[in-house]
Design a protein around this ligand. Structure first.
Ligand SMILES: *Cc1c(COP(=O)(O)O)cnc(C)c1O
Length: 459
């Protein structure tokens, strides 16, 4: 290979046919989920009322290293995958850095993000089990859009509870979902018990991801043949998202390069978990030792300032409790513009790896993120999602450090999506009205005070 191309695509027969389950290579497993009804470790059967069977199985399966991707899913993957691995020549030149910067671009589908990778899998398994409808929540709108696409492909009715702040900020996101046939309800709503309770105490709330999850879960458990699906955090979602990392690793093998640093934004941890999966495997098995960096917003700092504790995955406290880095399921972050990163917890798998020292985490402020986003857009021609721009910020800073030290490091980051529906955010950056809200220790303490008590485990 003489010169690395700008955009590198795997051919169809080079595409992965299996997902990779990172847990199979972890020396220590994440702590088991706890069923709040029994206060005992949850069993696969405990999850059946909430998740469909195959996904409940994937959630609990920590042993199967490689999972065959069903042909029906591969068929839809082929419509928008492989995603390109891009060498950021222009960005490198603009930064005048000796670093070599690569990014895996997941924004080339209508949902505008990596979320379609798991949406397809979840809709497929639900359909296969004979379920008749799905519910979910969406923050920024990408997950709802991805699932709406997947559900219309497999012919499943879908109800989306959309965080009210986003619903108002991004009316066209709602319209895209409706175009694909989904019903979209702003959350909190008065259509559920959980929503009504939250509205009672705080009628003007702009909502939160956790609260929308509670509403969606409640609708699922109270509707015959309906299940709830979640676009991040869960082990099953990280499994599906491993397609990102597997494609990246394969492409890098063909190009004969290996990353020194891997950077990803982290909301619930699914794109980062997916991107790093096969590289973390190298780390866990002693084959290589890349640095891995999670980037989160300073306004919602679950890894960098959260507690490693058992917590509910939702504000309504219906889901099982998972041990993870969390700000407390009652924590409602300020309405920053990276909706996809406004989640109180973090993937239990990533939380465990972070806790055990396999990865690092940093937090960045919103205006710094948008500075990086605009710089990136100008040089790489892609208008990045605010979420993805957290990773761009960190990658640029790393490349600038390389410039100082003269090191020609290979940097890989995940460009999770495009920002076409985030023009309100870009406008507030351009017009200098954007703020950098950072919660105080007292704000965070309120969230920690609400952590659940579990006899013998967490007093
Ligand atoms: C949802 C989303 C994220 C954050 O979710 P993770 O589960 O942490 O990956 C990041 N980028 C985009 C574009 C998203 O839509």
């Amino acid at each position: 290979m003489t010169k690395i191309p700008y955009r590198f695509y795997l051919t169809e027969d080079q595409m992965p046919k299996q997902w990779y389950n990172l847990r199979a290579d972890m020396k220590e497993q994440p702590d088991p989920m706890i069923n709040p009804a029994t206060m005992k470790p949850a069993t696969e059967e405990d999850l059946y009322p909430v998740f469909c069977k195959e996904l409940a199985h994937q959630e609990m399966d920590s042993k199967t290293r490689y999972v065959d991707i069903p042909e029906e899913i591969l068929e839809m993957y082929r419509i928008f995958r492989p995603s390109p691995l891009i060498r950021a020549y222009n960005l490198e030149k603009a930064l005048d850095t000796p670093a070599k910067i690569y990014y895996k671009f997941e924004g080339n589908n209508t949902s505008g993000s990596h979320k379609l990778n798991s949406a397809i899998a979840q809709a497929y398994y639900a359909k296969k089990q004979g379920l008749t409808s799905l519910t979910t929540e969406t923050g920024a709108g990408q997950w709802g859009t991805a699932l709406a696409e997947a559900c219309s492909y497999f012919g499943l009715p879908l109800t989306v509870f959309m965080v009210k702040g986003s619903y108002q900020q991004k009316p066209f996101r709602k319209t895209v979902m409706q175009t694909f046939g989904a019903e979209v309800i702003p959350s909190p709503s008065n259509t559920t018990e959980a929503g009504r309770k939250i509205l009672e105490t705080d009628p003007d709330t702009t909502g939160s991801l956790g609260c929308a999850i509670s509403e969606a879960v409640e609708k699922a458990v109270s509707t015959e043949g309906c299940r709830y699906v979640l676009g991040s955090v869960l082990n099953q979602v990280l499994l599906h998202q491993s397609i990102i990392g597997l494609e990246t690793k394969k492409a890098m093998e063909i190009l004969d390069v290996y990353p020194d640093v891997i950077i990803g934004c982290a909301g619930g941890g699914s794109n980062l978990g997916g991107l790093i999966a096969p590289f973390m495997q190298d780390k866990l098995t002693g084959k290589a030792d890349p640095r891995i960096v999670a980037v989160e917003p300073a306004s919602c700092p679950s890894l960098t300032r959260g507690k490693y504790a058992y917590d509910f995955c939702d504000t309504g406290k219906i889901t099982p409790m998972a041990k993870m880095y969390t700000l407390g399921c009652g924590f409602i972050p300020s309405s920053n513009h990276a909706g996809g990163l406004r989640y109180h917890g973090m993937s239990p798998i990533l939380s465990k790896l972070y806790h055990d020292g396999y990865m690092e985490a940093i937090s960045v402020e919103q205006t710094k993120v948008f500075e990086a986003a605009v710089f990136f857009a100008k040089h790489e021609t892609i208008l990045p999602a605010p979420e993805s721009s957290h990773a761009i910020r960190a990658a640029i800073d790393e490349a600038l450090r390389c410039k100082e030290s003269g090191e020609a490091k290979t940097i890989l980051f995940g460009l999770t999506g495009t920002g076409y529906f985030d023009m309100t955010a870009y406008a507030s950056f351009i017009e200098h009205t954007m703020g950098d809200y950072i919660p105080t220790d007292e704000d965070l303490q309120k969230g920690f005070d609400g952590l659940p008590k579990i006899p013998g485990l967490q007093e």
